[in-house]
Design a protein around this ligand. Structure first.
Ligand SMILES: CC(C)(COP(=O)(O)OP(=O)(O)OC[C@H]1O[C@@H](n2cnc3c(N)ncnc32)[C@H](O)[C@@H]1OP(=O)(O)O)[C@@H](O)C(=O)NCCC(=O)NCCS
Length: 150
């Protein structure tokens, strides 16, 4: 059963070694970029996706980001998701979304927001399969979608 773990001095090298497939690199920032952003954004929650003691991916959630920048709309959700090329297709992406939803629920949230590149090479099909619905908004050219956590 996979689990989430914080990035620590013991795991930082393995975290930086997570690589998506070369043809996916345009769709998601490398882990190093996400960790740099986490350093300056207190809303960021970076976590390793582990299977036993093996790092199979990386996610970065966010909690209570000021979405519109005017203090009226705070959202929480999934900012980044990188499953290692050699570990894709084994349910780790689905687990990452479920685990992020559980963390949001623990923090009293009932909606998980994410974004994806529009178009056939984007991840709309993946997120829809997991129950996300587009909100009709875009953010930085990406489609915004939400998952109702009940
Ligand atoms: C997209 C990604 C997160 C999926 O992770 P994964 O571990 O391979 O996916 P899973 O094995 O958990 O698949 C879960 C379900 O989604 C489906 N799925 C996986 N990738 C899909 C895709 N690209 N399009 C449509 N469906 C997809 C699977 O068939 C599976 O369906 P099922 O359980 O009903 O059979 C992973 O491929 C990845 O890291 N891609 C590159 C980075 C990226 O683009 N990140 C998102 C931008 S932030």
């Amino acid at each position: 059963m996979p689990h989430l773990a914080p990035v620590t001095p013991a795991t930082i090298e393995a975290a930086l070694a997570v690589r998506v497939r070369p043809d996916q690199e345009h769709a998601v920032s490398p882990v190093a970029t996400s960790l740099a952003e986490a350093y300056v954004h207190p809303e960021a929650w970076p976590r390793l996706i582990m299977d036993g003691d093996r790092v199979v991916g990386f996610l970065m959630a966010f909690f209570d980001i000021d979405w519109t920048g005017d203090g009226t709309d705070f959202r929480s959700g999934l900012w980044r998701l990188n499953i290692d090329a050699g570990a894709q297709g084994r349910g780790y992406g689905r687990f990452a979304v479920t685990a992020t939803g559980e963390e949001l629920r623990r923090r009293g949230k009932n909606l998980l927001t994410t974004t994806w590149h529009p178009g056939p090479d984007g991840l709309g099909a993946f997120y829809r399969r997991l129950g996300f619905l587009p909100t009709g908004e875009t953010s930085g050219g990406q489609t915004v979608g939400t998952l109702d956590l009940g």
